[in-house]
Design a protein around this ligand. Structure first.
Ligand SMILES: Cc1ncc(COP(=O)(O)O)c(C=O)c1O
Length: 362
């Protein structure tokens, strides 16, 4: 492929409108009958529930949760501009990553494309499921270089995983190049937007009606401050979402998680205030890092962390650790030699980090 998307007229692009999720899915998944839980078979109003072998005595959690999390999806739908049928919720977005691979990739035959350095779970889930990984290295700006991609006509390549803003580099991927992949790839293009709340760039959710092969991942683990709850979001066509629902565990999101997610969604201002504060601190942290002798390069950040190239990442990591400050040493990752990934903390945490870094011996 070539990097031609930047200059091409969108209206002239060839669109393959024949995308059909059911044709892409693994044969066994297409043919199988999903498990039907008691709560799937009856979801109306009743007084006496003797259908699910639950304990009738009222602990707060004696009943199974709603398998399809209807209330959470109803609250998310207007916020994200998608219908409830276009939403899958899982045990973190990691669950959606795993299910996408299991639904669409035939073990020992199919493959996925990842663009490294990137979030590690795409490769882990592929490896667990005996799915081939085609790894493309990002360019020196951690952006997509489409000329490095293999032919997109290989029918055994099922999913391209893109992460934007990217972890660990913190930058956005070029939107026109993502769009070109959506246009030209016959499989799924997954855009992982775990860090979307920390950038002014719009989400790809607005493109769902244009691209039937688009899948978007978001999470409650970052801006929403709920990493411990384990709740991830996946947005796609209703056909793709139906496939994920077909193979998920029946009760994959517990009652408490659904309740607390609803509570968080009813108080979106809190999330927005946190994001504002984190962005302010990100700017302050970058400013302080810029003045340090150990800093060689700070990569632009559109996320709640900063990737910094330093004089000796391993040594600095160890010195910080000895003082009780834990950052992520990413030196062993492609294109990231001598790089530390630093999450933006509270003002007090950032002050402490900066203070210590100022005194570090090189
Ligand atoms: C890019 C990216 N996607 C997904 C995740 C996982 O999110 P979740 O906590 O929803 O499983 C992370 C976590 O660090 C991430 O960086």
């Amino acid at each position: 492929m070539s990097n031609q998307a930047d200059t091409r007229q969108k209206s002239n692009m060839p669109r393959d409108t024949s995308f059909n999720a059911d044709a892409l899915v693994r044969d066994n998944v297409r043919r199988m009958k999903p498990y039907s839980s008691a709560r799937d078979e009856f979801s109306g109003e009743a007084d006496v529930f003797l259908d699910a072998n639950e304990n009738p005595y009222p602990s707060p959690f004696n009943r199974y949760p709603d398998p399809l999390q209807a209330a959470v999806k109803r609250a998310l739908s207007p916020l994200k501009g998608v219908t409830p049928e276009q939403i899958f919720l899982g045990n973190g977005s990691d669950e959606a990553i795993d299910l996408l691979i299991r639904a669409f990739c035939e073990p020992n035959r199919d493959g996925i494309i990842i663009t490294e350095p990137t979030y590690g779970m795409y490769a882990v889930c592929a490896n667990v499921n005996a799915v081939r990984i085609v790894s493309i290295t990002l360019d020196e700006h951690f952006d997509l270089d489409l000329s490095k991609f293999p032919s997109l006509n290989d029918p055994t390549l099922k999913i391209i995983f893109l992460c934007s803003p990217n972890n660990p580099s913190a930058n956005l991927l070029n939107r026109a190049r993502i769009t070109q992949l959506l246009e030209e790839f016959q499989g799924l293009v997954v855009v992982d937007e775990a860090y979307i709340d920390f950038t002014a760039e719009p989400s790809f959710t607005s493109e769902l009606s244009t691209y039937p092969n688009l899948v978007i991942l978001q999470t409650f683990s970052k801006a929403w401050g709920l990493a411990g709850l384990r709740l991830g979001m996946c947005f796609a066509s209703k056909d793709i979402i139906a496939i994920l629902n077909k193979i998920k565990y029946p009760y994959n999101v517990n009652i408490r998680t659904q309740e607390l997610a609803l509570e968080a969604l009813s108080n979106k201002d809190q999330k927005d205030r946190w994001v504002k504060e984190i962005l302010k601190e990100r700017a302050r942290l970058i400013d302080a890092l810029q003045g340090l002798a150990i800093t060689l390069k700070i990569f632009p950040s559109e996320a709640n962390f900063v990737l910094v190239r330093v004089s000796d990442a391993h040594g600095i990591y160890k010195q910080l650790m000895n003082l009780g400050i834990i950052v992520r040493d990413r030196s062993n990752v492609k294109l990231c030699d001598n790089c530390l990934r630093i999450t933006v903390g509270t003002p007090r945490e950032n002050d402490k980090l900066i203070e210590v870094l100022k005194q570090i011996r090189q």
